[in-house]
Design a binder for this molecule. Structure first.
Ligand code: PGA
Length: 251
């Protein structure tokens, strides 16, 4: 099976007013000029900018994503946004189970699985995040933790073509710290094995992104690791030059 097409996705988190769309427009222009090579690209702005970003991106190669959704399609859930609404606004990807949501909002694996199911039901692709804390890494339980998150957040009934896994060690997010290439290779191989068990041969083509302090200076090394099929980029996705410095490794 040929390696899956890499995906470099930007997660803007709770950052970005309307003015930030000029940075997004610059990313579109850079990707249109071939700056991301054979990689797919996506930007996941806050909910407030999803529709405007989708209008800007229309027809182009930069997909729009969102950072979360509710598990239900509609109803009495004040303050929540459904996958159907996000599809309607132009999103193609939805991140679910980011560690900041698991921590800030107490999201369980069962919640993440329900959200991923809701994403797939709209024909969108779910970016399902997993990752261990520093103490779990130090204790040697990183694989067990990530394995448990995958078991609880994915489902054999999911369409593997619509699932992306993002391995994001919690201690590497926003800290400037990254695991060694050897550690990334080991855990991505473990995740690949889990995906093959769950989805059979189709598990070989599920993209496994690395996330956590990816920047232009470390992107080539991290993206060069076996079974790393792209990146989920936080802070560095807010600036066109940084985002393209990462996506540019696929030129
Ligand atoms: P970071 O965030 O690149 O700022 O470390 C990554 C993420 O949380 O998706």
């Amino acid at each position: 099976m040929t390696a899956p097409r890499p995906l470099v996705a930007g997660n803007w988190k709770m950052n970005g007013l309307k003015g930030q769309l000029t940075e997004f427009a610059a990313i579109i222009e850079a990707v249109n000029s071939g700056g991301a090579g054979h990689a797919e690209t996506a930007i996941c702005p806050p909910f407030t900018l999803v529709a405007a970003a989708a209008d800007l991106a229309l027809g182009g190669p930069v997909a729009i994503g969102a950072q979360d959704c509710h598990a239900n399609v509609s109803g009495a859930h004040t303050g929540d946004v459904s996958a159907q609404m996000l599809a309607d606004a132009g999103a193609k990807y939805i991140i679910v189970g980011h560690s900041e949501r698991r921590t800030d909002h107490g999201e369980s694996n069962a919640t993440v699985r329900a959200k991923a199911k809701a994403v797939l039901e709209q024909g969108l692709t779910a970016i399902v995040c997993v990752g261990e804390t520093k103490s779990e890494r130090v204790d040697g339980t990183a694989s067990a933790v990530v394995g448990g998150q995958l078991d609880g957040s994915l489902d054999a009934a999911f369409d593997p073509d619509k699932v992306v896994v993002a391995y994001e060690p919690v201690w590497a997010i926003g800290t400037g710290l990254t695991p060694t290439a050897a550690d990334v290779e080991e855990i991505h191989a473990f995740i690949r094995g889990k995906l093959e068990k769950l989805f059979g041969v189709k598990g070989q083509s599920v993209r496994i992104l690395y996330g956590g302090s990816v920047k232009p200076s470390n992107a080539a090394e991290l993206m060069g690791v076996k079974d790393v099929n792209g990146a989920l980029v936080g802070g560095a996705s807010l600036k066109c030059a940084d985002f393209m410095g990462i996506a540019g490794v696929y030129r």
